[in-house]
Design a protein around this ligand. Sequence first.
Ligand SMILES: Nc1ncnc2c1ncn2[C@@H]1O[C@H](COP(=O)(O)OP(=O)(O)OP(=O)(O)O)[C@@H](O)[C@H]1O
Ligand SMILES: [Mg+2]
Length: 389
Amino acid sequence: MIRFDAVSKNYPNGTTAVDELSLELAEGGITVLVGPSGCGKTTTLRMINRMVEPTAGTVSLRGRDIREVHAPELRRGIGYVIQHAGLFPHRTILDNIATVPLLLGWSRKKARARAAELLELVGLPSEMAKRYPNQLSGGQQQRVGVARALGADPPVLLMDEPFSAVDPIVRAELQAEFIRLQKELHKTIVFVTHDIDEAIKLGDNIAVFRTGGKLAQFDTPERLLAHPADDFVAGFVGQDRGIRRLSFVKAAEVPLRDGPVLPETSPVARARTVDEPWVLVVDEARRPLGWAAVAGLPDTGTLADAPLTPLGHTFSLEGDSARAALDAALLSPSRLAVGVDAQGAVVGVADAYELSAVMAAAEAVAAEAVAAEAAAGDAGADAPGGGER
Ligand SMILES: Nc1ncnc2c1ncn2[C@@H]1O[C@H](COP(=O)(O)OP(=O)(O)OP(=O)(O)O)[C@@H](O)[C@H]1O
Ligand SMILES: [Mg+2]
């Protein structure tokens, strides 16, 4: 879709902003450009819409060298979102969003109708249409920035640190909203950030740059965490990449055992025969109520009379990842994570050690995929993802 062939950008003062970049960005996916400050992310992004012209190499869009396309025409198909949204302060929110459609010569009525539609799409109430940018919070302004970029429904969206200027909570909201939006819109998005967590959360593919405008690695988030190309990438993705990788393993793949699970109607004597320090007490629908310490059980009665320690949290076999499962184990008083089904009923338990086995299994699957990819490559097909390995 978007292709860089040996693209460099050198400035007259001797700075190499981008150094012989070759990269192919998939259609309909989110590619994240990440790296330390000054590594050439913004320059790379701006070479896509010709705000910056390369000194060497070729950028092409859907197979066409972008130098052959008149810049205004090129930009009509490419939305652009920047940090702090960059809204026009003296125009209302609605008029800000209607900017591109009006430039394209749409009637005011049609442009405004489109803008109202976009306001709703990015999750803002229609009352905000008449306000001015300074009457909105930073996070709301950022949503307007996204709506404005989507004005002419461009197939490509360039986003330069769009969520960096807001606090972590708003940022997480914007990210979640962005993921939802992309599921609906399937744009080809190039997203710049210097935050590796954001890159891993949002990217289908991630290009890690090092200082000097050199591409260090281009890969899926999962493979970046599993197989960083060198020490620079390993350092950049951080010390806890082992734990992060668990995010890519579905909780459904976690090996569970039955564990010490008893209904609250069980006599306490029954819990003592289990030979475990903790028993998980469940209701009639097998929903977990809490952990009972066997040493602290009353002499008689049922588990309904026993003091219970809260679970910490359970993990869902339907939607959660192995990371949530590991977290559940670490927070659990018994050190056992409790896996539940869609109805919230206990399916089984696993401790942190047992959970780590899932990583070895995922490793084997990944190794198989790499081998299959290599075999396909030998057969003459292009490896998916492309770029440097
Ligand atoms: N017009 C210019 N003239 C000279 N050097 C420039 C110019 N524009 C950018 N640079 C340099 O090119 C390099 C790459 O800049 P770029 O803005 O692409 O970095 P970045 O990765 O986006 O950084 P940040 O994370 O800080 O936004 C930097 O060293 C920068 O100083
Ligand atoms: Mg930048």
